[in-house]
Write a protein that binds this ligand. Sequence first.
Ligand code: GDP
Ligand code: MG
Length: 230
Amino acid sequence: MTSKVDLVSVVIPTLNEAGNIVEVIDTVEKELRYPYEIIIVDGGSTDGTRKIVKNKNCKLIIETRRGYGLALRLGMKQAKGNIMVMVDGDGTYELKHINIVLDRLIEKDAELCLATRMFDPNKAMGMMNFVGNKVITFCFNMLYKQNLSDSQSGYRAISKIAFDKIEFKEDDMAFATEMLVKFSQKKFKMVEIPTIYKERKYGKPKLRRFKSGIEIFTTMLKGFTERHYE
Ligand SMILES: Nc1nc2c(ncn2[C@@H]2O[C@H](COP(=O)(O)OP(=O)(O)O)[C@@H](O)[C@H]2O)c(=O)[nH]1
Ligand SMILES: [Mg+2]
């Protein structure tokens, strides 16, 4: 249950996002209507990302061990807000929608609000990612009796109290799935709002599809079998 926003902690993992991170931070600062802090967790960028962040009004955490999940977990642990928004630093998510994501979380009294890119009228997501995401999300919905459309969205508003009740282990991309699995198991309420998908303007995606795919399926199945042995 989330009834009020006191402080929003926006947690952003970065690994070589020098050409994207300024726009991400500036848009949050311009758009966000609630009191907020921005936490950047940098994985040891070598392209000047950290220097840019240091000149902004953000908290910078450096974690040179690799992993998207590890970075987010660390940033979220240090968050002071009662609500957190996790979002990538690559500019692919529409931060002009940040208030809508938060408002829906509150309106619906939910523990998590997912911004889904699956209804993007421009259909900008690549075919491979789109199909992979559809298959993973379908399996997730079947196993955990949910009705989400974009399990791989890394743009979410999350209740800090709910998050702190769970121990997370996934260090890489499977963290996003682990969160949905564990929130389902705790019977936390999860809702969605539509957003768009924007193309990366700078740098390369770090997603290794095959490795991540295996880890995501393992995470989903592990959660399901463990639940049935309880
Ligand atoms: N700190 C940290 N950030 C990472 C790491 N890997 C990816 N990221 C960041 O996590 C976000 C998502 O990664 P991205 O490469 O865009 O993955 P994709 O969108 O799934 O292709 C981006 O902001 C990356 O800069 C990492 O090992 N450490
Ligand atoms: Mg990306």
